[in-house]
Design a binder for this molecule. Structure first.
Ligand code: G6P
Length: 360
């Protein structure tokens, strides 16, 4: 039963564990009988007709949007902007001639996103909602909906909905690439199946993550997450996860931006989590790690098979380079979970936070 904890101590841990199954369900739901990727024809036409996509979202969904932008631009060649919903109306960008708005929302009820949807509908622009709750406000009010198929997410900290959002955005990007006549040199569904297996290997390593947290995040007041390229976006989410449930002050930064200010905060023993899953930035992120270590930081490097080095704290299984966020997210979630657990925090219901925020 999706709304019961069963033998799990917390919904969050159960939902982290469900991610491989969610990946497999998404593969099933978005495949036709001949195992070809399938998407509603009207969504395909809407993407084909647009000249620019505007992604609107909040919180974790915004972080998924940042990764979605990379997919849509790199695979399908569609320019994409990603906006925080609550800021959009103050800072409305100059819109292209044929914009398509994509709302990403686990709950489909976030008021900040809804107010943008109301506004752009008045302007006559089309909208697609990517949500875990078909029939939610954002889904009903948009022209099109893509379903995340993640099953109910109960813990306030979003986990399986985040990875489902990334997977569905990859599907949208691959389908859009095809619709535009572009050839891709990989089979997304096969790659997602590899991701599902990798996720399973990661959720089997809870003790290792628990140990890593005990050793590195035990008594710290703050922590930094650094990464470059795609890893940077996962760092933003990793830091959000950690701060929202463990109350450790955590921030994600672009590796190259550190020296422009943040490095001043590094003290003896400050934990710095570094993500290194991208080949083209592997050397540069590791030199950023050296910079903080030289100032006393305690480095915790998460890398990927094929790029690992002796100093790494944890190595995730190899997956397609575009899909690394789907696997690197899992140890980030577990890191947050065990940090919150060891601090006796209310893992599923962190203070001051709501699962869905229906006020602006
Ligand atoms: C709240 C939740 C977050 C979530 C955000 C956006 O702040 O606590 O976990 O990411 O809302 O929610 P949505 O349902 O629109 O994805």
């Amino acid at each position: 039963n999706d709304t019961e904890k069963g033998t799990y101590p917390h919904f969050m841990l159960k939902e982290i564990d469900e991610q491989p199954f969610v990946m497999r369900r998404i593969i099933q739901e978005y495949q036709d009988d001949s195992e070809r990727l399938k998407l509603d024809e009207d969504i395909r036409s809407a993407v084909k007709a647009c000249d620019r996509i505007y992604i609107i979202a909040a919180g974790t969904s915004y972080h998924a949007g940042l990764i979605g932008k990379q997919f849509l631009e790199k695979m399908a060649g569609i320019p994409v902007e990603v906006h925080v919903a609550s800021e959009f109306s103050y800072n409305m960008p100059l819109l292209s001639e044929k914009p398509l708005f994509v709302f990403i929302s686990q709950s489909g009820e976030t008021a900040d996103s809804r107010s943008v949807l109301v506004k752009i509908k008045e302007m006559g622009h089309p909208a697609l909602t990517i949500t875990n709750v078909p029939g939610s406000t954002l889904s009903r009010e948009a022209n099109y909906t893509l379903h995340l198929h993640a099953g109910p997410e109960i813990a306030v900290a979003s986990t399986k909905a985040y990875t489902a959002q990334i997977a569905v955005l990859a599907i949208l990007a691959v389908d859009s690439a095809r619709a535009r006549g572009l050839e891709l040199d990989f089979d997304l569904m096969q790659e997602l199946a590899i991701v599902a297996n990798a996720m399973e290997m990661l959720t089997d390593q809870k003790e290792t993550m628990d140990e890593l947290v005990r050793e590195n995040l035990g008594i710290t007041r703050n922590a930094f997450f650094i990464g470059r390229s795609t890893d940077y976006f996962v760092c933003l989410e990793g830091a959000l996860k950690l701060k929202e449930i463990s109350y450790i002050q955590a921030e994600g930064f672009a590796g190259g931006e550190l020296k422009h200010g943040t490095i001043a905060l590094i003290e003896e023993g400050t934990p710095v989590v570094a993500l290194a899953t991208q080949e083209n930035v592997n050397d540069s992120i590791r030199s950023n790690v050296q910079e903080v270590v030289a100032r006393g930081a305690n480095d915790i490097i998460f890398s990927i098979q094929g790029l690992e080095r002796d100093s790494d704290a944890f190595v995730v299984p190899h997956v397609h380079e575009l899909l690394t966020p789907l696997v690197s997210a899992v140890p980030m979630q577990l890191l947050a979970y065990y940090a919150a657990l060891h601090r006796d925090c209310d893992v599923d219901k962190p203070r001051n936070l709501a699962k869905s925020v229906t006020v602006e």
